[in-house]
Unconditional design. Sequence first.
Length: 747
Amino acid sequence: MVWTEEIEASSSREEEVASTASPCRCGRHEAGATPAELIARAALGIARTADLDELAGLLLDQVMELGARAAYLLLASDRTAELGLHSHRHLPADVRLGLARVALDAPLLDARAASTGRVQVMSDARSVEPGSCLTREVCARVDAQSVVSMPLCARGRCLGVLSWYLPHPPPDAGVDLDALAALFATGLDSALARQENARINAQLEPVRRSTADSGGSLDRPVALQPMVDRARAVAGAEHAAPGDAGDDDTNERKQAEKALRESEERFRLSFENAPIGKAIIGLDGRFIRVNHVYCEIVGYSTEELSKRRFQDITHPDDLDTDVGLVEQLRRGEIQRYQLAKRYIRKDGAVIAVILHASVVRDERGEPIHYIAQVEDVTERKQAEEERERLLAQLDAERRTLQTIFDSAPVPLLLIERDGEELVIANPHGVEITGGAATRSQYVGRMRRPDGTPMTLDELPSSRAMRGETVPGEEIVIAEADGSCRTFLVAAAPLRDGAEKITGAVVAAEDISPLKELERMREEWTSIVAHDLRQPITNIVLKASMLAKQPQSSDKAQHILASAMQLNRMISDLLDVSRLESHRLDLRPAEVDLPALVRATVERTADATKGHGVDVEVLDGIPTLLADPGRLEQVLTNLLSNAAKYGAPGTPIRVAVERRGGEVLVAVQNEGKGIAPEELPRLFARYYRTREAKAGGAAGLGLGLYIVRGLIEAHGGRVWVESAPGKTSFQFTLPLPQRARSSAREPW
């Protein structure tokens, strides 16, 4: 499409040039006129001509005077290594189309002339070299036998090529083609400079402001004198002078050239040092100029990009859109566009960029080239994609949590930090709050386990919003019908990314059925214990009476021991029931622990028979506040176990000492020890070791379970340490606050 427009423009220029009255145009070559005379007249015409189109017509007319069938002028591009058709004489349309753009390596005599800078003459088209095959085709189209291609070079560069096609071999009429080429080139250089000067005057605002009167003229005698002198030498004339076609102001041109240089330098610096990728792209898509940032973005060097088009590095899926917008730019339908597209780097990586593209046009409004500004947004794109992925993941997790929240079989509440509004409540949560919108509306229904009302600050949600985690607390909720339900309520604070508390989450479990079962179990246990203890009491009473009679003493003692053991089992069952229902009553009193230990050792002498019991009490044991009966129960249990599972005849050691704010009691025996895998389960309900089962020792496996419950009820800890040959059960009891304040921590 670019080539077609230029051909149409070239055709228009041809008509315009053909109708222009050249100062030296005299139709066909006059009979008797020598080539030197023609050159002299041409030189005079060139000296009088400053317009590029007019000069082109003059040059074409002069070579047509030499008998050419066709002629054309190709001008070199400032932006690409190409020649383009400017004007012609008698070229067919298809030939003009082929000459619209001519690469310097094209198989044409014109390309060779431009590349070498030397006049090329082909005397016979039939013997054309393979490298100039297109020239032979042009000869066939215009019915010519020979061709002359004349490079027009000035100031070290090729400005264009003038070619003409003759129906016969070129005559040797004494014409110095190199000199003629130099003459024509001088005129062309002047015309191009004039055109560039006009472009600068039209486009550079600083120059227009500095030159109020733009009608100044070039000092033609000075500027054209070298050309006139060369023409006089070629023609052999004694005198030659340029015609007076007006004066140009030399200073104006110098100022314009200086302004142009400064403008180009500013452009170069801003172009090269731009923080984003910049490129100047030809109408055919080829890269004319790129800065180093653009090279870094696409991974190609400047030289590599000069051999490529933007289409070559654009992702195939984005190419149609990009090319379509470029076409709209070229046609003037849009002035610029922005496009998110992808490039394929030299290393094969696909990168995302934001492209800003615009078109540069000449003074006639024709497109010259495109300007592209590119920003690498690969990392930003990846970050956006990652953000979208995370948002999608977050949304999926939110939906999952919402599903779990809504379908949870227990009440769940989310409460805001500021205010009392219930943000979210699942169906069970709405059920227990009665649909209340704020906590203050339902706090009146909240009761402690003893039935007393709770305040708003005491609610687990309020404590959680103060930063406390409530693992589980029984709360009784009064229903509208007067009934009550018991819930186990847990609460935890909600925090944002800055660890600021924003609210609380509350979970509740209705344990009313469990509480009812506990009540029923306690009632049943009490009934069973009462009903069993009555006959056992009778058995103990009768056995005690029989034991006083000599003839039945031994048997009565066995009956009495069994009854007492059965009574202890019933007591253990009652204690377990009370521990699990949190209804174990302690009767705290001041206890002299060393005295209690010694008394218990004496009272368990029968149980520890065969083992000596050593008691070691360190000084400084203060009085404790504890239930002496329950502590004796713990010590009795541990002493009985030590005797039961200790090696026969080995001693039992009991140590009492103070450690900081606690008192430590240890009961140690000697024996096989306890297997490591059994240690974690020793204090479990109904658990008995393999040795206990194998030895046939009596018991339900509740003794150590009750020991742990009693010690923990006192605020202490209990554990066991065992190694081959030695086992030690140890427990701690907290000292009263006044004893702690006077205690000195050990070094």
